[in-house]
Design a protein around this ligand. Sequence first.
Ligand code: KG4
Ligand code: ZN
Length: 341
Amino acid sequence: MRVLGIETSCDETGIGVFDGDPSLLAHAVYSQVAIHAEYGGVVPELASRDHVRKTLPLIRQVLGEAGLAKESIDGVAFTAGPGLIGALLVGAAVGRSLAWAWRVPAIGVHHMEGHLLAPMLDKPAPAFPFVALLVSGGHTQLVAAEAIGRYRLLGESLDDAAGEAFDKTAKILDLPYPGGPALARLAESGDPERYRFPRPMNDRPGLDFSFSGLKTFTLNTLQREMAQTRDPDRTRADIARAFEEAVVDTLVIKCRRALRQGVSKRLVVAGGVSANRRLRARMDEMAAQEESQVFYPRLAFCTDNGVMIACAGWHRLRAGHSDPLAIQPKARWLMEDLPPL
Ligand code: KG4
Ligand code: ZN
């Protein structure tokens, strides 16, 4: 079964084709970074309008490059939520219409289920059950994944998501949008010993997170240190490093705690922030100590893409799930409300 995946939940138009275990046929991502950069963040209406321009041409491009006729597509999957409602509507309308025109089934996919399944696009794929840390721009969640569609929330961020904290702190540090990768690059040259930032909520039991205080802590540190430093570039890099260490350490501590709860010795780390090199290094270390195995998506599938949506849709369509003609994108949508296969 060959499934076309369409991702338009935020500021990337992602198109992918997936036809099973785990052969990936084709994919392309068009990033709207240039459009939103001058505003320092995503402007929802501009995002929707650009998805309108890009989605169909990108589908044509991906099918063309892979030498696939539209007749060879057996199903269409589109991100139905959570995300920006206008942006979701574009992908849902295009995806549902194409499926109708091609007389194939369609399915609305949960964006975070797409992220969660992304490591399965490579070998070795994680077997169920596993613990998943989902760290993106909109969500930070620890999930016990028992099977596809059987997810139990173990903990989540009570305020900013990890990626959001990276992006907002990058702005404080005067780094260009999108801030997360830029902050990570700056942090690489920083001294991890110079500052120590707090690890929020780690002195409390449980698996919830809170990152918004860290950004205020960064701002206060920056203002204080910049007023007296002789080497502002070095100071900024050292502060970026201290921030990154605090976020990474907090995520690692909570993942260790989750693994010790005994759901599984397998840990999946996915979503945009799972591209962070420091996070991967520290998670690998922790997993080795806990005699656990950690799985990440390949770098191209950490951030938003169409293949992860095609893959999640493929599993559901193959199990007989499909959506009616009416589209119902949801800006908010709990993973726990997904039906099991
Ligand atoms: O999963 P994703 O592409 O989109 C959402 O579903 O939100 O995640 C994007 C987030 C952004 O906040 C971005 O700054 C962050 O992932 N990100 C990173 C890195 N690469 C992307 N954060 C830290 N280090 C990175 N290398
Ligand atoms: Zn995402």
